[in-house]
Design a protein around this ligand. Sequence first.
Ligand code: C2E
Ligand code: MG
Ligand code: MG
Ligand code: MG
Length: 291
Amino acid sequence: IDLQGKHQASAIYEHSYRERKSLQLETEQWIRQAIARDWLVPYLQPLVDFDTCTIRGYEVLTRIEHPQRGLISPGQYIKIAEKTGLIVPLTEVLIEKAIKIAQSPELNQQHQDPFRLSINISAKQFHQRSLPSQLAKQLKSANIDPHRIKVELTESDVMENIDAAVGIIENFQSYGIKVALDDFGTGYSSLAYLRQLPLDIIKLDRSIVSGVTENERQSAIVEMILLLAKRINMQVIVEGIETSHEYHYLRKLGASWGQGYLFAKPLPQSEIITKIPAIVKQLKALNGMPL
Ligand code: C2E
Ligand code: MG
Ligand code: MG
Ligand code: MG
């Protein structure tokens, strides 16, 4: 038996465990500081309406802007925020920031119809019963129509907590807040569940969208989801459109709403505002419409 090798392996494991632990503690510290020192920055990614060639709204995607470390992405801290419960104050801060965005005169000036905003909600918050009423109350006191606001619940979260999810979905909707199922198609998807879930919107994940132009089956699945959703009155937003080839292909399959790097990456509000005319122009060009 290679005891020495075994010993070494466990030493390496120990080491990486300790490293992981300290990275976790460091990240936790960043989240606390981000909340306390206002380092949380809402980045906005446009939600595009293909038929009218307009931007209908924005998804709020949070980043931590650390003065020394730079930009920290949600992939690095959301899980830890959930585990530590810091997701609750983080979401509170985010909602306040989202309300300011919804009220922004500069951004409203760029839109004929009131633009919509969507906010991502974690599974850990499904049991936070006060969240929907709290959000509704804040919207009311800021004089924002709740129909402009949408919350996104991730598919895997919803499937793991079906009953809690149905409760919170109905609760949000009772205040006029729309609910989307995020990351649809990433694994747990069962079309049967859609019957149980009173959703307004489903968001097709990039992972099933990206192969669509090359893969016959993938394309058939996407087409079927689009058809089904139409039949049951659910709106579909296609996520992660990166190329004009994907865009044209998805349009042919029946998609009419989308997000993706093709139109814009998530950007801070001030940067989005300057990019809006170019995004609309590009959309019109894609559709062969006069500019
Ligand atoms: P999500 O809600 O599914 O957001 C879509 C992710 O895909 C975003 O990553 C976005 O930047 C990225 N994306 C958008 N278009 C494209 C594209 O064309 N190509 C590619 N490759 N990627 C694209 P991001 O911003 O890193 O966020 C990752 C996830 O973190 C989000 O996934 C969301 O679930 C979560 N998240 C972000 N902000 C928050 C938040 O404030 N609260 C909670 N609970 N979760 C958040
Ligand atoms: Mg989302
Ligand atoms: Mg998500
Ligand atoms: Mg998604």
